[in-house]
Write a protein that binds this ligand. Structure first.
Ligand code: SF4
Length: 168
């Protein structure tokens, strides 16, 4: 893998808060089972929730959903199948807000959990920016490790598409 292929993305920020090993595996293009039911359900919810309202915006290496543009207000969002990993989702969205900010675009974020009928606003405040900086540095450190971090059993493993790879 070429070193320039390694970069921090919103997806990696999401996984960082769950499992550093998964960050390494994804970024080194070790692809999990795409037919895994959790991967499929997540994709279905992402693809079919709020279809009329959503548009996709590509910024740098990131693709984000735009929920609303108007009155000088840009709302970008993330749709998740569960709020169980809320901090991961918040920081992923904070990463997208930061990508926009670096290009001079001010936006606010909105997390949506359609199965739970919940929404949450995400704002890039000073504290979140500091946390995001720390996280990006830590992700880069993981990406440049010569081997993936050793697997550590966590609750997420039983629903992880890499479970067989890590634990068989
Ligand atoms: S199975 Fe567990 S240890 Fe392996 S990548 Fe998934 S969450 Fe991480």
């Amino acid at each position: 893998m070429e070193e320039h292929d390694l970069y921090v993305s919103g997806t990696l920020v999401w996984y960082y808060y769950i499992c550093p090993r998964e960050v390494w595996l994804i970024s080194h293009q070790i692809t999990p089972d795409q037919d895994d039911s959790n991967v499929s359900l997540g994709r279905f919810i992402q693809d079919y929730s709020y279809p009329r309202e959503r548009k996709e915006l590509a910024v740098g290496h990131s693709k984000m959903d735009v929920f609303k543009v108007g009155n000088g207000e840009l709302i970008i969002g993330e749709v998740k199948k569960t709020s169980k990993y809320r901090q991961s989702a918040r920081m992923q969205l904070a990463f997208y807000l930061d990508e926009l900010k670096q290009r001079g675009v001010k936006a606010i974020g909105e997390l949506r959990f359609p199965r739970e009928k919940q929404r949450e606003e995400v704002i890039l405040d000073e504290e979140t920016e500091k946390e995001l900086d720390r996280t990006k540095r830590e992700i880069l450190r993981i990406l440049y490790l010569p081997h993936p971090p050793i697997p550590v059993k966590i609750k997420f493993c039983k629903n992880c598409a890499y479970a067989e790879f890590c634990w068989s």
